[in-house]
Design a protein around this ligand. Structure first.
Ligand code: NAD
Ligand code: IPM
Ligand code: MN
Length: 334
């Protein structure tokens, strides 16, 4: 039927509300997507992190998924399902663009950054143990293989921009061996791309400079180990108006899962207050990834126009529209 089937994980908290918005907008835009909804709630009898096989098979079959947020317990409890998904499908690069939205005023103008986060290891390897009572060790695993893979991805990604530049963000001054390996691997991969300007910066300094003036970071592809990318991407979201606005793509060699940077927002869940823009922009990234550029463009333009007009905005953007009112405003623009 000329349609593509995409796996849809609606997620927890505000997940179903922002997912509904995407489904309505895709239907109104005649986007050629058939959603295949799957439940990723772990099957208790199969162990705490066992994602139902049906969900795994769906992603493997469709190769592309859109995902709402999944809540992760603090301290005790199951390993994050988000991490399990990233690892199961070897989604080694997490692409997190962050662009100012015209018409929505923040202390910063014209932010246009992209951050690429290693997505499979580092502090997220899940290797922690008690040495003796009161002393815990957490292993930050850095491998040349995973570093090289995400770094090469970052350079290839940079090739698509007009004046390609790549910057590796690190703390190799302190983590001399682990971040040191990431940095030297970057320096080696850079030699494969002589036309791309390459440099490096310490993470703390990058934070300071970005909150002072982010514009010098425009058009630089920043690539970094997992945890740094987690933290820096929330900070970047803060520059343009918050987590309601920033999308991401978890990219692997075979499958990809697109999701917002934000979580399940339990404080506003079920109240029709969530901003669906982050998931919508993730779905635009997904359409671009699938080569459906005209559909991506059409939906993207309607979102940007609605925000630029400034009449129908959700509470996080100082507006008083509900999720569904904002969704309808976008649909009117299509
Ligand atoms: P969060 O991103 O859920 O919320 C942080 C703040 O941002 C809250 O005040 C929330 O109301 C606001 N916010 C987030 N998204 C919004 C949106 N779309 N519209 C309007 N406001 C929005 O972070 P948290 O509270 O630290 O985490 C809650 C849960 O989500 C945790 O269990 C966490 O592990 C999980 N989480 C999941 C993902 C994911 O699935 N990829 C990402 C981050 C956090
Ligand atoms: C994100 C989230 C996840 C992370 C959590 C929910 C596991 O914060 O996607 O940024 O830490 O990577
Ligand atoms: Mn995060």
């Amino acid at each position: 039927n000329g349609k593509y089937t995409v796996t849809f994980i609606e997620g927890d908290g505000i997940g179903p509300e922002v997912s509904k918005s995407v489904k309505q907008i895709f239907a109104a835009a005649d986007a050629p997507i058939d959603w295949e909804p799957v439940d990723v709630t772990p099957i208790a009898s199969d162990g705490p992190t066992a994602i139902p096989d049906e969900a795994i098979q769906s992603v493997r079959r469709n190769l592309v998924a859109l995902k709402g947020p999944l809540a992760t317990p603090v301290g005790e409890g199951h390993v994050s399902l988000n991490l399990t998904l990233r690892r199961t499908f070897n989604l080694f690069a997490n692409v997190r663009p962050c662009r100012s939205l015209q018409g929505y005023k923040t202390p910063y103008d014209n932010v246009d950054t992209v951050l690429i986060r290693e997505n499979t290891e580092g502090e997220y390897s899940g290797i922690e143990h008690i040495v003796v009572d009161g002393v815990v060790q957490c292993i930050k695993l850095i491998t040349r293989e995973a570093s090289e893979r995400v770094l090469r991805f970052a350079f290839q990604y940079a090739q698509s921009i007009r004046k390609p530049r790549v910057r590796v963000v690190h703390k190799a001054t302190i983590m001399k061996m682990s971040d040191g390996l990431f940095l030297t691997t970057a320096q080696n991969v850079a030699k494969e791309f002589p036309d791309i300007e390459f440099d490096s910066e310490l993470l703390d300094n990058a934070c300071l400079k970005m909150v002072t003036d982010p514009t010098p970071y425009n058009d630089i592809v920043m690539v970094m180990p997992n945890l740094y990318g987690d933290i820096l991407s929330d900070m970047c979201a803060g520059l343009i108006g918050g987590l309601g606005l920033t999308p991401s793509g978890n990219i692997g060699d075979e499958c990809s899962i697109f999701e917002a940077v934000h979580g399940s927002a339990p404080d506003i869940a079920g109240k029709n207050l969530a901003n669906p823009t982050a998931l919508l922009l993730s779905s635009v990234m997904m359409l671009q990834h699938m080569g459906l550029n005209s559909h991506a463009e059409r939906i993207h333009r309607a979102i940007l126009q609605t925000i630029a007009e400034g009449k129908t905005l959700t509470g996080d953007l100082r507006g008083n529209a509900k999720t569904d009112e904002y969704t309808n405003a976008i649909i009117e623009k299509l």
